[in-house]
Design a protein around this ligand. Structure first.
Ligand code: CMP
Length: 144
C-alpha cells in the first residue's frame, strides 16, 4: 500500500554528517521526501514521541540524549515505505544490524543508533502529526 513514514536522524547522525548519505539511500531506493526540518526537540515532545517506552530503565537517558542536540525529522512516502525503511535502517541493536543497512554500516552503540523510523501505520500517523503540521509542512508534489 502507498504509505507515509516518519524518520528522524538522531543527534549522532547529524553530528557525524550523515544526513546527506541517509537521504540519498532513501531517494535512490525510490521513495519521495515530502517534509523535512532540523529540530532541537524539547523533552516534552520526546516524552510524547517515546510514550511507549515510559517507565523503562533506559527512558531518562533516551530523552536526555535525544534532546542533547538537533535531530533531522522527515516524512517519506511510497509503496510499503514503513516496512522497507525499517529494513534499510537495520536492527535496533547495532551489533545485530546487517552490513548494508544504515545501522549495520554506521553504528556500534545501542543508544547512538543513528536513525528512528516508525514501526507501523498507526505509529507513523501518530509520529507525523506529532512532529509536523500537515497543512503547512508536508508537501504533496508530483513530477510535472
Ligand atoms: P528506537 O528503536 O529508535 O527507539 C527506542 C530507542 O531507545 C532505541 O531506538 C534505542 O536507541 C534506545 N535504547 C537505549 N537503550 C535501549 C534498550 N536497552 N533497549 C531498547 N532500546 C534502547
Amino acid at each position: 500500500a502507498r504509505e507515509r513514514t516518519f524518520l528522524a536522524i538522531k543527534p549522532d547522525g547529524v553530528q557525524r554528517r550523515l544526513i546527506g548519505e541517509i537521504i540519498s539511500r532513501f531517494e535512490q531506493k525510490g521513495f519521495k521526501l515530502v517534509a523535512s526540518k532540523m529540530v532541537h526537540a524539547s523533552e516534552e515532545l520526546l516524552e510524547e514521541h517515546y510514550a511507549e517506552h515510559k517507565g523503562k530503565g533506559f527512558f531518562p537517558k533516551l530523552i536526555a540524549y535525544m534532546s542533547s542536540g538537533p535531530v533531522f525529522a522527515m516524512v517519506w512516502e511510497g509503496t510499503e515505505v514503513i516496512r522497507t525503511c525499517r529494513t534499510m535502517m537495520g536492527a535496533t541493536k547495532p551489533l545485530e544490524s546487517a552490513p548494508g543497512t544504515i545501522r549495520g554500516d554506521y553504528a556500534i552503540d545501542m543508544g547512538r543508533n543513528i536513525i528512528h523510523g516508525s514501526d507501523s501505520v498507526e505509529s507513523a500517523e501518530r509520529e507525523i502529526s506529532l512532529w509536523f503540521s500537515d497543512d503547512k509542512e508536508i508537501i504533496n508534489w508530483e513530477c510535472a
